[in-house]
Every structure is written in structure tokens, then in C-alpha cells.
Design a protein around this ligand. Structure first.
Ligand code: GDG
Length: 463
């Protein structure tokens, strides 16, 4: 069995002393790397000057090599902020209105992918299996193939794949679709994303399905599949139970003074539906006077991508909105919304999920949404809370016993909050049990194993 080579934009290099605070994805991929030995390559997060060579730094931890490269400021501006985050991210989240195309940024995206390929190729041995992650690195396989690499190469897209009508508004869409045909296996989060991808191939007559999940396009045959990402369910459940005793979590519980906690946790991102969610909470309070003074909505929202103007604007919009609602509805002894605009420790997060009577996860569009899964895993089986989940999150395809809502329907979401808070214990337990069983069976380790099995089983590319 060859080694595993993982490539992603950023690399979660474990701190010395273990990965206790790391997310499930990092833990699962690290376990797969430890199994076979291998390399995890990506951007160091640092920039070097335009004329300086960008060094590739290696860190060896057991049988894993972490290989990190710096990029120049221009690279980061064009590849990362420009094309990945201001074109691909909004397009894949159906936000045509926010995509900002620029020839320079598109060229930078392909240039940095070529640079990554040149950095990576000398490290790869003939029987290594390569697994590329996410929208930053779609053209990587094509670049590696151009350098003569014949290895198995798989790709997993963590975010949604949009329908043809949305994707084709992107001037460079054909290059993006063509780039995917150089992989042996292309994995999506849901059947819906896979179907959208197949639709893009069909629409312009560039490809078709040849059976057994395989596609023919641009003279190449490759496999496409659905691999819903999971979390480390059992470990996270344990973690949350223990976290209840954490000092900060205890303080949070005491500060609630018997009020019911509604919790939302999201990176500050326009895809997460935070402003619509605050509107829904406000509507819920106004429509349910009996709950006034008896609920607390805690929204934890670490800043993200603040260098992108849309994110900066959102930052003040959410803060203003939370302030306005608190001003309008709050009383001398009740603050309806607690808004935390920074990251909290993973153990605290786990304990807070467990405290939450309602988990509000209402993205406008999301590849999967791990918060929904973490919230379910963190619940007390004797007295579980209720998940209110957007039907536009990939997770809704698995977590059908959540209260599924349309996040654009403010009144509908407000009604779901009210229903969640009054749901009888027996119904809560029944719904939760079905969801936790699903999450225990399909956790992140099985996601990783199944993807790698399919990648190694897929026929070698035919050109
Ligand atoms: C992309 C796709 C897909 C959040 N706040 C804090 C914190 N978090 C952690 C959560 C969760 C993770 O961040 C967020 O994961 P999501 O899945 O919800 O969302 P994205 O970041 O957009 O992830 C998404 C995912 O990739 C995986 O494929 O599900 O659809 O968009 O784990 O717990 N963690 C800590 N403090 C915080 O304040 N420690």
C-alpha cells in the first residue's frame, strides 16, 4: 500500500503535545496519514517578498511529513482572497451577486495551483495516493498530470456544487469543470451536489455518465461520488459530557438563571444566514410573549476572512442588528441576545452545545455544516435539545428528524423555535436517538475510509 499525500490550502499542523482541540476533519485525516505514512502539504499562511524564493518547510512528526510553502503577497491577493474567496466561494453558495470576476485573479489562481504542483511533484513516489481538498485547489491534478504524474488522485469538495445556470455565470467555468476531469475520483457532500455537477457536464454536451458512478468528459473517464463528511461522534459526545464540568461552562449555566438557551455557532460568513436568524429570533420573541425574559439566544461567531469587504461589512451589520434587537426587546434584567464575536475553546463550545435547549443552524446554503452534527452529538441522552436546521445545509439530508426550516422564511423559522422549546421529552428523545445513531454510524473516520477505498478501487485514468 502506497503512502497517502493530502493537499489542502491550510494545514492543521498539530501543536506539540497532541491535538485535543483539533476539529474532527484534522483528526481523521491525521489518523489516515498515520495508518499509511505520508505527507500533508499546503500553504504555511505566511507570505514572503515577491523576489524572495518561497521556501518549502518540512516538519516531521512520526511517519507524517508536514510540507508547508509560503506564498507571495500577490499570490495571496489573487489566488486566495481574489479568486477562491471572491469568486468560487460565492458562486458555489449561489451568490452570483457577490462574485467579483477579474482576469488577474483568475490567472493568479491557476498560477498558484501550478506552483503547488511544482512544489509537490518531487515529493511524490509512484505508488502514493494523492487526496486534494476543496475549492482552492481544483486545478491541481491537471497540473500534476501535465508533469507526468500517473498516481491515483482524488478530490473532495467541502462546499456545495451549484447548478449549471449558476456556475456558467463564471467566465472561467469551463476550465474549472475540465480541471475536475483530471482526477480519478471527485467527491461531493450530497447527491444534490453530484447531480448538479452531472447537470453541468450534460448542459454543454461536454460529458455524460457511463454507469457505475463514472463520467466521461474531455476524453477522460473518472468517478464521481457522494461522501457526506461526519464528525468524531463518539469522542465529541464524551468531550461534551466532560465539558459540562468546565469552569466557563458552569459560569455560563449559572448566568442563565433557568432561562432556556438557544445556541448558534458559525464563522462570520454570509452563507450562514446569521442576519435572517436574528430576525427569526426577534419574530419568535414578539409572537410569544410568554417566552419574553425566559430565553437567551447565544450566538458565537468568530471573525473570518475580514480582509474581504463583504465579510467586513457583515461584521458591523450583525453587531448592529444584535444591538438593535437587544435595545428594542431587552429589559433592565434581560438581554435577549448574547453575541460573542470571537472564537471560544473547543471544550467550551462542546459544553455550551450541551446546555442549549435549541441548536439553531440555519445557513442559506452549506456544503454539510458540522455544527449541526456537533450539536446533536453533544446532547444529554436523558434530556436532549432540539436541532432547528436549514433544509439548504448538506446535513439536512441525513438529519431528517431535526426541525427542518427554510431560512429565508423568517416566520417559519420563528415558529420552529417555538415548537422546539415546547417539544415533549419523549419526542425529543425519539428524534435525537435516530440522529445520533446516524452520526455514530457515519462518522468522520468512516467518511475518510470509504473515500480512500473508492479512490484506490477506481480504475486508473484513461486518456
Ligand atoms: C466548510 C463547509 C462543511 C466554529 N466556531 C468555533 C469553532 N467552530 C468550528 C465548529 C465546526 C467548524 O468550526 C465549522 O464547520 P462548518 O461545517 O459548520 O462550516 P465551515 O467552516 O464553513 O466548513 C461546510 C465543512 O467545510 C467540512 O466539510 O461542513 O459546509 O462550508 O467544527 O465547531 N471552533 C472553536 N471555537 C469557535 O468559536 N473551537
Amino acid at each position: 500500500m502506497g503512502r497517502l499525500v493530502i493537499v489542502s490550502n491550510r494545514v492543521p499542523v498539530p501543536e506539540k503535545g497532541g491535538a485535543a482541540g483539533a476539529g474532527g476533519l484534522a483528526v481523521a485525516l491525521k489518523a489516515a496519514l498515520e495508518d499509511r505514512g505520508g505527507i500533508w502539504m499546503g500553504w504555511s499562511g505566511k507570505t514572503s517578498g515577491e523576489d524572495e524564493p518561497q521556501p518549502l518547510s518540512h516538519q516531521q512528526q512520526g511517519n507524517i511529513t508536514y510540507a508547508l510553502t509560503d506564498l507571495t503577497d500577490t499570490d495571496v491577493e489573487e489566488y486566495y482572497r481574489g479568486f477562491a474567496n471572491r469568486v468560487l466561494w460565492p458562486i458555489c453558495h449561489y451568490r452570483l451577486d457577490l462574485a467579483e470576476y477579474g482576469r488577474k485573479e483568475m490567472a493568479g489562481y491557476f498560477r498558484v495551483n501550478r506552483f503547488f504542483a511544482h512544489r509537490l511533484a518531487p515529493l511524490i513516489k509512484p505508488d502514493d495516493v494523492v487526496w486534494v481538498h476543496d475549492y482552492h485547489l481544483i486545478p491541481l491534478a491537471a497540473e500534476l498530470r501535465a508533469m507526468g504524474l500517473k498516481n491515483r488522485i482524488g478530490f473532495f469538495l467541502h462546499i456545495p456544487w451549484p447548478p449549471a445556470d449558476v456556475l456558467f455565470t463564471m467566465p472561467v467555468h469551463e476550465e474549472i469543470v475540465r480541471s475536475l476531469s483530471y482526477y480519478d475520483l471527485v467527491g461531493f457532500q450530497t447527491d444534490h451536489d453530484l447531480e448538479n455537477f452531472a447537470g453541468c457536464l450534460r448542459r454543454e454536451g461536454i460529458g455524460y455518465e457511463v454507469g457505475q458512478g463514472r463520467f466521461s468528459a474531455y476524453g477522460r473517464i473518472f468517478k464521481g461520488g457522494t461522501y457526506a463528511i461526519g464528525i468524531e461522534t463518539a469522542a465529541f459526545a464524551n468531550f461534551a459530557k466532560k465539558a459540562s464540568a468546565n469552569k466557563t461552562v458552569r459560569r455560563a449555566r449559572e448566568s442563565l438563571q433557568d432561562r432556556s438557551l438557544i445556541i448558534g455557532v458559525d464563522r462570520l460568513d454570509y452563507s450562514k444566514g446569521i442576519t435572517q436568524r436574528i430576525d427569526a429570533f426577534e419574530r419568535f420573541v414578539l409572537a410569544n410573549p410568554a417566552h419574553q425574559g425566559h430565553v437567551t439566544y447565544l450566538q458565537i461567531t468568530p471573525k473570518s476572512r475580514s480582509e474581504v469587504p463583504e465579510y467586513e461589512a457583515m461584521q458591523s451589520m450583525v453587531a448592529e442588528q444584535a444591538g438593535r434587537v437587544n435595545g428594542a426587546l431587552g429589559t433592565v434584567d434581560w438581554v435577549p441576545i448574547r453575541y460573542v464575536n470571537r472564537s471560544v475553546g473547543r471544550h467550551i463550545l462542546a459544553g455550551l452545545y450541551r446546555l442549549g435547549k435549541v441548536g439553531l443552524v440555519t445557513p442559506l446554503r452549506d456544503g454539510m455544516n458540522l455544527v449541526a452534527k456537533e450539536y446533536v452529538a453533544a446532547q444529554d441522552p436523558e434530556d436532549p435539545g432540539v436541532l432547528v436546521l436549514s433544509r439548504f445545509a448538506g446535513a439536512a439530508r441525513e438529519l431528517k428528524q431535526a426541525l427542518l426550516v427554510n431560512p429565508y422564511d423568517i416566520e417559519g423559522t420563528a415558529n420552529a423555535i417555538a415548537r422546539a422549546l415546547s417539544m415533549p421529552l419523549e419526542e425529543r428523545q425519539e428524534r435525537w436517538k435516530t440522529m445520533i445513531d446516524q452520526l455514530l454510524e457515519h462518522d468522520v473516520s468512516s467518511w475518510c475510509r470509504v473515500f480512500l477505498e473508492d479512490l484506490t478501487a477506481s480504475p486508473v485514468q484513461t486518456c
